[in-house]
Design a protein around this ligand. Sequence first.
Ligand code: SAM
Length: 227
Amino acid sequence: HLSLRLQTVADFVQPGARLADIGSDHAYLPVHLAKQGLLTKAVAGEVVRGPYENAVSEIEKEGLENVIMAHLADGLAAIKPEDQIDTITIAGMGGTLITQILDAGVDRLRHEERLILQPNVGEDNVRQWLQNHDYGIIAERILAEDGHIYEIIVADPVDTPTTFNPTQLKFGPFLLQEKSPVLQDKWRKEQARLDDVIATMQHAQQAPQAKIDAFIAQRNQIQEVIL
Ligand code: SAM
């Protein structure tokens, strides 16, 4: 069975989808969905040979070669027009890397694909990218598993996306409305980290005051918005 993190990503893949899972590693996500008969077709893309071979053997082990194609390719280069991909998942990497993959492959997007993105950090970069490229966020999830907190951002193509303010981009428009205990936990930890940074800088008496003030502002924003 899948981790809660990947299962939550999988929950947003619509039945019958034509899925591209980019950075698929063992291809656990498409294999799990295909075993349940939920995919018409899938591509498992990997840029590194080891993980690509993991994907190939997992697909063969489950006898799913006719549904899932593993491709050794950089980012969205794994997607061919004839695949008619309608859903793209990119999970388990930093938000900056996710936006780099989307930027590098923007020509491959038909602006018809649902994007289900699970950045490990840098979620604000992902939300900003979506807004800049006419993708509307339709759902967000936050969850804790094995001592980590993960966010999942789901977006569909739109003509004119809602413009989010910097606070919404940072914390997540849906997550802010919900303000779950997991969200509070995540930002309480970030606040504690900032407090350490501020204390260290003040103690060292070398950092410019403007820099310290910027960290204090971040710390206070978390207090005001989340806690
Ligand atoms: N998606 C799986 C998950 O969430 O469990 C695997 C995550 S794994 C930590 C990240 C994978 O992304 C690695 O296997 C890495 O090789 C792959 N990756 C990184 N950059 C990539 C790129 N530009 N194109 C395709 N795969 C990439």
